[in-house]
Structure formats: C-alpha cells, structure tokens
Design a protein around this ligand. Sequence first.
Ligand code: PLP
Length: 394
Amino acid sequence: MQFSGYDTRSLMTVAKRPEQVFVRGSGSWLVDHRGKRHLDFVQGWAVNCLGHASPVVTEALARQASQLINASPAFFNEPAIALADFLVRHSCLQRVFFANSGAEANEGAIKLARKWGALHRRGAHEIITFDHGFHGRTLATMSASGKAGWEQLFEPKVPGFRKALFNDIDSVTALIGDKTVAVMLELVQGEAGVVPVELDFIRQLRALTREHNLLLIADEVQTGVGRSGSLFAYEQFDIEPDIMTLGKGLGGGVPLAALLAKENVCCFEPGDQGGTYNGNPLMTAVGLAVLQTVNTPDFMAGIQQRARYLESRLQQLVGTHGIVARRGMGLLQALVFERDVTPRIVEAARLLAPEGLLLNAPRPNLLRFMPSLNVSFEDIDKMIELMLLALTRR
Ligand SMILES: *Cc1c(COP(=O)(O)O)cnc(C)c1O
C-alpha cells in the first residue's frame, strides 16, 4: 500500500488496515499523519488502561530505562520482585511468572496444567475450553480457542483441547474423563462478543472442577486489572481460580503479561519455563506503576462510576438504530445489532470529520467499547454523539 509518502509493502499483511498512520496520542485521543484527531474507544484493544501517553507509564519507562533494562532472566531484578509481590498480595494466587503477551501467559498456563497432571493426575493432560473462546494466536492457544473460522487453519493443531458450550454446565460434565486435567475459560468472552459468564454457571463449574480434582484456569487477559470493575473479574463471582493469566491492561500499553498460580499448583522446576525477555525490569516497572495507580479505592470507584455511566448511555440506545441489546461488565461493553452492520459503522465512525471515532466490531452485529479506565465523562458523551452521527451516516 502506498499513500501520503508511506510505502507499507515491506510489512507482512496480517490485517486489513486503512490508509492511515497514527503518530501520537494523549488520553482518549489519537492523532494520525494528517493531524486528524480520533476519539479512541479501542485503546489498543483494552491495553492502554490509563489512556495514551499516560505520565504513569512514560515516567516509569524513563526512570527504569536509565537504571536497568535487562540483566537477563538468569538473575533477579527489583521491579519483577515488587510486581510479583503486589499481584500476590492483591489476588488469591501465590506464585507469578511474567510473560510478554497474553498468548504466552496462556501457553504457560497450559504447560503448568499439563505438568501438574503428569505429577498428580497420572498424566491427565486434556483441557476443556469453550466454543467461541479466545486465548491467543500461538499454535497451542489457537488450538485452545474456539474461534469460528480457525478450525482449518495451520493444521494439525495441538491436541488435547475439547470444547464445551459457554454457560452450559452439562456440556462440561459430558467432556470430563480420565485424561481431563483442567477447564480454561474467559470470565467475559471478549472476541465472542462480550459475553459475561453466568454466576450460576461459574459457581457450578468451580464445584464440578473441585469434585473431579481439575484445575480451573481463568484467562483474565482482557478482564483483569480493573477492566471488569474490580481488580480481577473472578472477585465478582466469589470463586477462586487455581491459575489465572493477565495481559493487556497489566502493562498499560507495553508488552507485559503474567501467569499466576496457587502454591499447590505451581510445579515448574528450573528448565521448564522461561524466555529472554520474561520479567525484564523495564516492563515490570511499568506494570507496578500501573497497578499502584489502578488499585486505589478512588480509582476503582471511578471505574465503577464511569462504567455505570457508559452502561446507561448505551442502554438508552437499545431499541433505536437496529440495536437490540447491551451487555458487558465494567468498562468492557457491547451493543448488539439486529443485522450485520457493525463493520460499516466502524468505518463510518473512523471517517467522521473533523474528528473521527475509533470503535471495534469483533462480530459483524456487535460493537465493543473498551475505553481507558480513566476516560472522562465528557469523552463518553462525545463518543455517543459521534457514534450517533456514524449510525445515521453509514
Ligand atoms: C487479547 C487476549 C489474549 C491474547 O493476548 P495477546 O497479548 O494478544 O497474545 C488472550 N486471551 C484473551 C481473553 C484476550 O482478550
């Protein structure tokens, strides 16, 4: 693709991208190469939890970059120790391994469950996952995912994953056998269209996994770090997972993810798991600064207020413009449309002038909203205003 003096042909084409290059951002706003401003309700896919160019992130990066960027994973470093400690003190899990992406954290979760099965469950290794679930784009996490259209890609897949139906406990029970070691799920299925797990289902699932001595793995890559309205989504369901993965918001925009486990599940030994960049001080210093910002009573109360406001503004639109439902949790919200119109709405919103709006359509009948966790009420109003324009102009 060639436009405005750019030639993008050296890049592999892994996504359909518009003729646009984003050059800087601030808070909820992104500016492209022509200087046009866009209100951003995608935020790098729920990654920039403090918005663009947050001083919390830029100052932590600058401070740590001038101290120590990487001493190799063969040595301890202070930010990794401090961040692991913070996560342990504020969650139900006792051990942490850092990764560079959500998919990599989930790979670690799969490996840990398989090792635990080899040690404690006579080699049980199958993991029950869910239809429409999304766990990442490595070969194993694609195999664990239930994303439509992926069945035939990159065959043969990694074996050992069986798919149950989300929010259907009988479909899980039916798949449990001698070889089953764990059940892995998102507490709000994101790519599937922002579908929250039902309270009854997750409680029954926790009881069922206990009864069969199976591990419960919560993929909180999208829902964790305040996105759902609590630091971790599992808190709102009154259950405790045995393994949890974090990503996205944890780094506030930089590549940082984590695998957390209960003490009795953590069975990795030296040599089992690692990676050149894993737990490097530059990223973990940012993670610590992000968590110290997000996990204060005021900030959390702010997320809940913003979430209630966004929810009510979206709810008011149900019944208009072909919108049939709103659903979501915290600042992860969605509008469901009667017809497959949302890719066109996303395009119309981006092209609005003088200011564009960035939205995401994980499914062709659905819009997903994932603003920064500190989005202003004015920017929520502005988003609704711009979206209404896009809805009438598409
Ligand atoms: C985004 C996401 C992943 C993958 O994270 P990457 O950092 O893109 O590898 C895994 N699970 C869930 C639930 C996600 O939303």
